[in-house]
Design a protein around this ligand. Structure first.
Ligand code: ATP
Ligand code: LTN
Length: 348
């Protein structure tokens, strides 16, 4: 069975960008693959986080996985820091990743420009992401378009280490929807920037937990382009095209059909209808989220998920450590693991 892995940072409240670009695919893939969906709390720490907010965001992100339709019986849902193999493998990845490669990462450049203080963690973050994915012998990684470059680097590191130390990792494939299918939802305030849950301006995103009136207000104040025509044209009308993509994905109606239906309407009517479509999309998610907020419910799901994840992760980690020449802690394991991999001829 195919293996799927993906991660979401608890760096704020999940947005419709996260849902349309990633989570919506999780719910489908869980029926055709062995899926691991991880709340990557250690990634969120690469930029300053308020500890109390991080704590709540971590639990809420996991709750939203389930509220959006991920079934904990079907897929493994867990928190990254609960499985220490991620950080252990990350160091081994860092020692096989080049400074020049990390320096080229556009997400690093963008985020570094937005923060006064740039941590070492923000710089080495793609090595931790590679560890997340490679630990699970992943075939496919469903992510938004913004993660393409990190996925390419993950593949390069996997191939490099396989060449150097023998076959250790599956080389994963990205699963990225085209832009018209939600691969890159843009900010409601600046259509040149992607919608991002950690933005300082809450008007730029719609959070999955935004109440109906907030959704309506944010859509009403979304920027639009000059002219009155409702037309999909990402070059000339980037803001409206983004709204059309959201509308189409929220309702299942094609962009062509929406253009036809709003041929004689202005932006006002279009936005009012879009707001209702988004409110309707979010209502069942918010309802399930409330049920999952009962004490202990998500905590139990995460505890079970961490156990399942740990078993798979430990196997890969032990193989990598042995192949790289690290001596295992227990003497009995030393002899057996050396036999499985190459041992220097002077020892054997
Ligand atoms: P941050 O603002 O902290 O960088 P983010 O909102 O970009 O966070 P992540 O946790 O980094 O979200 O991403 C979770 C998943 O959602 C990833 O697969 C990412 O590619 C996808 N994603 C994030 N933003 C968008 C977007 N605007 N459109 C489509 N997919 C997105
Ligand atoms: N870097 C991703 C989050 C992330 C991830 C992963 C996604 C961390 N580890 C592994 C897929 C697979 C982001 O910023 N969206």
């Amino acid at each position: 069975m195919k293996r799927v892995f993906s991660g979401v940072q608890p760096s704020g409240s999940l947005t419709i960008g996260n849902y349309l670009g990633a989570l919506r695919h999780f719910t489908r893939l869980q029926y055709e693959a062995d899926c691991y969906f991880c709340v990557v709390d250690l990634h969120a720490l690469t930029v300053p986080q308020d500890p109390e907010e991080l704590y709540q965001n971590t639990l809420n992100t996991a709750r939203l996985f389930v509220a959006c339709g991920v079934d904990p019986k079907q897929a493994t849902i867990f928190v990254q820091s609960h499985v220490p193999a991620h950080t252990t493998l990350s160091w081994l990845m860092e020692c096989n990743t080049y400074y020049g490669e990390l320096r080229r990462m556009t997400q690093f450049k963008d985020k570094a420009a937005k923060h006064d203080v740039v941590t070492a963690g923000l710089f080495t973050y793609p090595a931790l992401m590679a560890a997340d994915i490679l630990l699970y012998q992943t075939d496919e990684v469903p992510v938004g378009e913004d993660q393409r470059q990190h996925l390419e680097l993950t593949r390069d590191i996997a191939m490099r280490m396989n060449n150097r130390f023998g076959p250790l990792f599956k080389v994963p494939e990205p699963y990225i929807a085209p832009k018209t299918a939600g691969g890159r939802i843009m900010s409601l305030q600046n259509p040149a920037e992607k919608m991002s849950k950690s933005s300082d301006d809450p008007r730029s995103y719609i959070a999955l937990l935004d109440p109906p009136d907030v959704v309506r207000k944010k859509i009403r104040s979304a920027v639009t382009d000059s002219g009155r025509e409702i037309r999909y044209d990402p070059e000339e009308k980037p803001a409206l095209s983004n709204l059309l993509v959201i509308y189409s994905l929220a309702t299942g109606e094609s962009i062509d059909s929406l253009e036809e239906r709003y041929r004689n309407s202005g932006y006002g009517q279009f936005k009012a209808d879009l707001a209702e479509a988004v409110v309707e999309l979010l209502a069942p998610i918010q309802e399930r989220f409330r049920e999952l907020s009962e004490p202990g419910v998500i905590e139990n799901i995460l505890a079970e998920g961490a156990d399942r994840a740990e078993r798979v992760a430990a196997e890969t980690l032990a193989r990598v450590q042995a192949a790289m020449g690290l001596v295992p802690r227990h003497a009995a394991a030393v002899s057996s693991s050396r036999q499985e991999t190459r041992a220097p001829s002077s020892i054997t």
